[in-house]
Ligand binder design. Structure first.
Ligand code: UN1
Length: 512
């Protein structure tokens, strides 16, 4: 790239003090105009301060948007294959530093190392996929209705894209948004979740090391009301992409609509896994444990309901509960740990409150239900893997997104009944069916009302080149991943070239 690049670094201080991270605006690392900062703490041990980050406000967002707007004038003219080469190089750099970034992420987010390595891998996978898109970005050519006239549609970038990202996939989800956006020629302002900003810094620094020009990606850290809302409301932001709760998503969508912005919302889930009598029971149990308790249940795709046919119900419940009780809960930096902490006190309290709600509603608590706060646990936000059985599908624990390690087990009569229960939700992200009957599998692929259906696998584990998103209140119809992301970050322009040398009126001058 001929343009300016920056290599390092937002860091300050010495080894005994936490690093101070500044906002990234127009290639400069800047303190917030508010003069305020916040601490990024390890949820497994809150004595561990990962870094000090800027508590930004509207003026910082405005400066970042201005920078992105200036950068857009040049960046949109860089040929897409050249833009994509930077993204390809970033993929290589991400994989070289996978272990370092995974450790940073486990420290700030809490999920176990195997999973944070997966999160970095998911960002690299997205980078490789989107790098390839730089040489595609296909648009159709099509015959004109008039002679000596050529017709085609080309993809143009949208402009400045604002992104607000969650803490549960602190590198993968920013990559789903940033990488297609920049390959398509857009520039970005991103506000990462206040719980996990470091992983976004790691991703963006890698892109800069790979040659990304200044101003193409700007980072503003802080909290939703002060640093997120001004992104959505800024009239110079042309598109907004948000992943988070349905509650906040509704506010983002409403605000974006005021200025007719493109708006992609990726929201909640209450994902069901159905297990029929003929299923491979061992496989279904392993799948349910991974889907329900992986990432401490903190995925929008988490398996939060398991719907089981009566013939195997008791056998499944006994063995599932036995496995859940044996899960090793602890600090994710320990390779033996299977389930880390909740992200913060608020989320832990939410988990604990649903453990009580389930009992008050009359569901049977089979295991878990408490905070873990003795010994090494005392400095973190740990809760027990929790299983409720004999859950009525109308109960709150079967309807509301908890975002924690709480699984509701519901009995059913057969596939029809199971699908009715599965579809009875305000959400519709991911669904799963365990069976060996191919006819039933195909009926479920058609009739489970959701954006994703797995057969003989749990509800988590989407791959980056397929569409990711859901129906109902899970979103507003857009998809991330794959070509859906390209659709969101481009807008079509229809181009007509008349080489007849005479006026030809469409719909009026009809060629013989
Ligand atoms: C999320 O939970 O917000 O499919 C994303 C999965 C992951 C992505 C989850 N690849 O579970």
């Amino acid at each position: 790239m001929a343009t300016d690049t920056l290599t390092r670094s937002p860091l300050e201080g010495d080894a005994s003090r936490p690093n101070v991270y500044r906002n990234l605006i127009d290639g400069e690392w800047l303190e917030s105009t508010t003069g305020q900062t916040f601490e990024n703490l390890n949820p497994a041990d809150t004595r561990d301060v990962i870094g000090i980050f800027q508590k930004s406000g509207k003026a910082d967002v405005e400066a970042a948007v201005e920078a992105a707007k200036r950068a857009f004038a040049k960046w949109r003219l860089v040929p897409a294959p050249r833009r994509a080469e930077i993204v390809f190089r970033a993929a290589e750099l991400l994989l070289e530093q996978k272990d370092v970034f995974a450790r940073d992420m486990t420290r700030e987010m809490g999920k176990v190392l195997a999973e944070t390595r997966g999160d970095v891998q998911e960002a690299a996978d997205t980078a490789y996929y989107m790098a390839g898109e730089g040489r595609r970005l296909f648009g159709p050519t099509t015959p004109s209705e008039l002679p000596n006239k050529f017709a085609m549609a080309v993809r143009n970038p949208v402009g400045v894209c604002g992104m607000i990202t969650p803490w549960n996939f602190p590198m993968a989800i920013p990559s789903w948004k940033l990488l297609p956006a920049i390959v398509c020629g857009n520039t970005c302002v991103i506000k990462p979740a206040e719980d996990t900003p470091l992983s976004t810094f790691n991703l963006v620094r890698v892109l800069m090391d790979a040659g990304l020009p200044k101003g193409v990606i700007n980072i503003v850290t802080g909290f939703g009301p002060e640093a997120g809302a001004p992104i959505v409301e800024n009239p110079n932001v042309d598109a907004v992409s948000f992943t988070g709760s349905s509650e906040v998503g509704r506010m983002v969508g409403t605000a974006a609509a005021q200025n007719f912005k493109h708006c992609s919302l990726e929201l909640g889930g209450k994902n069901p896994m159905i297990v029929l009598d003929d299923a491979n029971l061992d496989l279904a149990i392993e799948g349910g444990i991974w889907g329900g308790f992986g990432t401490t249940g903190q995925r929008c795709t988490a398996t939060s309901r398991i719907i089981i046919q009566k013939g195997i119900y008791h056998k499944f419940v006994d063995r599932f509960v036995e496995r859940a009780q044996k899960l090793r809960v602890g600090n994710g930096l320990d390779e033996k740990t299977e389930m880390g902490p909740a992200i913060n006190r608020e989320q832990m309290d939410r988990d604990l409150s649903y453990m009580e709600i389930g009992q008050r509603e009359g569901a049977k608590l089979k295991c878990g239900g408490h905070r873990l706060d003795k010994g090494d646990y005392q400095y973190g936000y740990f809760v027990e893997p929790t299983v409720f059985v004999d859950v009525d599908p109308k109960m709150r624990i079967a309807q509301e997104e908890i975002f924690g390690p709480v699984v509701a087990i519901i009995p059913c009569d057969g596939l029809e009944d199971a699908m009715e229960i599965a579809n009875d939700t305000r959400y519709g992200l991911s669904t799963s069916l365990y069976t060996k009957d191919v006819n039933k599998a195909f009926a479920a692929m058609r009739d489970l009302h959701a954006g994703i259906t797995y057969i003989n696998a749990p509800t988590i584990g989407a791959e980056v080149h397929l569409p990711f998103g859901g129906v109902n209140q899970t979103g507003n119809g857009h998809r991330e991943g794959g070509v859906g992301a390209i659709d969101f970050y481009t807008q079509w322009k229809a181009v007509y070239v008349d080489y007849s040398d005479r006026l030809q009126r469409a719909q009026i001058d009809r060629a013989e």
